[in-house]
Design a protein around this ligand. Structure first.
Ligand code: CMX
Length: 441
């Protein structure tokens, strides 16, 4: 089999030539306009980046190289006896733009296994942190400790030719993806299971082994991890974790530095940390109401109280999506198949029946529907993973697949340093008064 790296390089050369031609012929074409409001309000709707691995449609949701989540669940290779897709196969798809065969998937699984060794100094570094540190802090520190092994950093220091950046990035990306489950599982066992660790099982797939190392040997939980790691992997390039990884990578910071930066962004409550916030919020609601399965009326009162306290309803809304997130729907289907009678899962569904109307009635929420984070915690709790502060680490392990595949593309296509222009409000005022011609009017 031609190595994945060689295949990637051949593809990237073709795309690179296409882009060159495109820019030569159409480089001056205007693709849109930017309003003053947009530069003050998070650049919503401003197209400013290229990301090859996935594309988000506001109504349809995410497509990975053209494939929707239901299509991925159907078409990607599965673990023997399983129904859910293997996320390492999705990595292959994002990297090469082709669905892998079962043999190719096995090859990538074993490649990641071979690269999964984590040096002891990484564990020692994590151990130096108080066990009370948030799991995302421990995760980022673990990634930073791994950076010592960066091939990109070493080769760059040794005078690497810019034509070879992609090659060293590719190796670092695979090393990181191979090692992250071990680090994440280590943090989980350290923080919640008295530091009793579980050795990897080389016969399992990437997610199955991750579940096993965290102490969840149940096949159904492994299936959940396969689905979880697939649906959280990528959400085009503008979200905080993907954009940050790309931005930091554009300074030629190596993949470890870039990914760690992205993970710091994922740890924010408006992004990946929302998954812990959702379950925390549901627990608080159940405690306040004194019931396990609140009625829609009770949920409605509680939601209004949350809003009155000036808080967001976690797990609802999105900067781009305008319909129910298909990642939510995929998890709901998993719940209906494996745990339809679970009270917490049913609560998530009752919330889904209640919250959109309330958020819609506020008149300002652009998307009143659930996102990926609204559902994930309840499925994990079902299998006994109740430690919700850990949930964003799971998201982070999965997100490595998309953002690192993208970083390989960034380096292979020779994308330059990212450096948008900024202005001051004083300058904006001067421009409005006709005293400055900054935007050439
Ligand atoms: N609950 C209450 N208010 C909400 C809301 C929610 N779930 N979602 C949006 N709003 C409010 C905003 O806070 C904003 O209010 P102000 O004008 O008073 O500041 C208003 O509605 C307009 O916001 P928007 O344009 O609809 O949403 P944004 O693009 O600004 O923000 C997001 C998107 C995700 C940050 C927001 O919907 C939110 O805070 N949701 C809850 C947190 C969450 O679930 N985040 C996870 C997103 C998925 C992920 O990245 O993992």
């Amino acid at each position: 089999m031609q190595s994945i790296k060689e295949r990637f390089k051949s593809k990237a050369d073709l795309v690179g030539a296409d882009i060159k031609q495109l820019l030569k012929e159409h480089g001056t074409k205007v693709i849109g306009e930017v309003t003053l409001a947009q530069i003050y309000q998070g650049m919503r709707g401003v197209t400013g980046l290229v990301s090859e691995t996935s594309l988000l449609d506001a109504n349809e949701g995410i497509r990975f190289r053209g494939y929707s989540i239901p299509e991925l669940r159907e078409k990607l290779p599965k673990f023997p006896g399983g129904d859910e897709p293997l996320p390492e196969a999705l990595f292959f798809l994002m990297l090469l733009g082709e669905l892998p065969t079962s043999d190719e998937t096995e090859y990538i699984t074993s490649t990641l296994q071979r690269r999964s060794h984590v040096p002891n100094y990484v564990f020692d570094t994590i151990e130096a942190l108080p066990v009370s540190s948030h799991p995302m802090t421990q995760f980022v520190v673990g990634i930073m400790a791994l950076q010592n092994g960066s091939q990109f950093a070493k080769s760059y220091a040794a005078g690497m030719n810019k034509k070879d950046y992609w090659d060293a990035t590719f190796d670092d990306a695979l090393d990181l993806i191979g090692r992250l489950p071990r680090i994440a599982a280590y943090i989980y066992r350290r923080k919640y299971k008295n530091g009793i660790h579980i050795e990897p099982n080389g016969l399992l797939d990437w997610s199955g082994n991750f579940a096993h190392m965290m102490g969840y040997g149940d096949f159904e939980f492994m299936e959940l991890m396969r689905l979880y790691m697939t649906i959280h992997a990528d959400h085009e390039g503008g979200n905080v974790s993907a954009h940050t990884t790309h931005l930091v990578g554009s300074a030629l910071s190596d993949p470890f530095l870039s990914f760690a930066a992205g993970m710091n962004g994922l740890a924010g409550p408006l992004h990946g940390l929302a998954n812990q916030e959702v379950i925390k919020w549901i627990y608080e609601m159940r405690e306040t109401l004194g019931v396990d399965l609140p009625t829609k009326e009770q949920i409605s009162v509680y939601v209004k109280q949350t809003l009155a306290e000036g808080k967001v309803v976690p797990g609802y809304g999105h900067a781009v999506l305008r319909k129910t997130d298909p990642r939510f729907t995929a998890q709901m289907e998993f719940g209906k198949k494996h745990m339809p009678d679970d009270a917490l899962v049913q609560t998530v569904w009752q919330i889904y029946d209640t919250v959109p109307d309330i958020l819609h009635s506020l008149g300002k929420v652009k998307n009143p529907y659930p996102n990926v984070d609204a559902h994930s915690g309840a499925l994990l709790v079902h299998y006994g993973m109740v430690e919700y502060e850990f949930y964003t680490v799971l998201f982070g392990v999965s997100r490595s697949l998309g953002v690192l595949a993208s970083l390989c593309w960034d380096r292979a296509l020779g994308f330059p340093l990212e450096r948008p222009k900024t202005v001051t409000t004083d300058l904006v005022k001067q421009w409005l008064e006709g005293k400055d011609n900054i935007w050439g009017e």
